[in-house]
Design a protein around this ligand. Structure first.
Ligand code: ATP
Ligand code: MG
Length: 229
């Protein structure tokens, strides 16, 4: 039996506006195990990015409890949240992915630099991973010198080098062509083999169906749906 990495209990998110409010989800319960590849699907505006932000500890739920790697996330101080994120979570999001003052390879090296690992080792590892995401010839470009898809690939490379147990990806293949999307997805499958847990939001049905299962979010309800392989 695989260990449970993320446990969500009775989770609710409601946004209050001046005259109305929207409930994106309520009473959502799930246990996500190590090594599971989970697709988050649902129409635009249903709450996929919001749920990922909450799991990344970048936004608070309105109600409920989240345990990540055995740690109850509620009421953690900002420093403790940062630590949990650094050690356990990699984030591949639609925007604000990269540090703008650093090159592609420096961005990829960053998680290990922060952990204080050996510089030479980090550089070698980053170079290897750049090959994996087919970005070797862009390694010294700054983010504003990269296309959207290339930036996305650098963010994925950064998640690969960090080797965190949880990877949260918001439309990781959204800016990518068909072939590159498939290549990125095969990197996810590699991570799954390494017992990493990946939760990715996508509008791509084919990729969603290749996950272990889907979480379908719509009209305030999240349902677990089996993927068709
Ligand atoms: N900070 C906020 N304040 C109020 N409403 C918000 C806020 N952030 C998001 N929303 C609303 O919550 C809903 C869900 O947004 P979210 O970005 O999570 O959707 P999504 O499923 O990721 O959509 P897409 O597929 O278009 O990326 C939207 O209707 C959005 O307008
Ligand atoms: Mg979104």
């Amino acid at each position: 039996m695989s260990k449970i990495l993320v446990e969500i209990t009775n989770l609710k998110k409601k946004f209050e506006h001046l005259n109305n409010s929207i409930t994106l989800f309520d009473n959502f319960n799930i246990k996500i195990k190590q090594g599971e590849l989970v697709a988050l699907v649902g129409p635009s505006g249903s709450g996929k990015s919001t749920l990922l932000h909450i799991l990344a500890l970048l936004d608070d739920p309105s109600k409920g409890k989240i345990i990540i790697n055995g740690k109850v996330t509620k009421d953690l101080s900002d420093i403790k949240k940062d630590n949990l994120r650094r050690e356990t979570i990699s984030i591949i999001f639609q925007d604000n992915n990269l540090l703008t003052d650093f090159t592609a390879i420096e961005n990829i090296m960053m998680p290990l630099i922060i952990r204080g690992e050996n510089k030479k080792f980090i550089k070698e590892k980053a170079t290897e991973i750049l090959k994996n995401v087919k970005m070797v010839d862009r390694s010294n470009h700054f983010p504003n010198q990269l296309s959207g898809g290339e930036q996305q690939r650098v963010a994925i490379a950064r998640a690969l080098i960090a080797e965190t147990n949880l990877i949260l990806a918001d439309e990781p293949t959204g800016n990518l062509d068909f072939k590159t999307s498939k290549e990125i997805f095969s990197l996810f499958l590699k991570l799954k083999k390494l017992k990493k847990t990946i939760i990715f939001a996508t509008h791509n049905r084919e990729l969603a169906n290749r996950a272990d299962y889907k979480l379908f979010i719509s009209d305030g309800v999240i349902k677990r749906v089996n993927a068709r392989h």
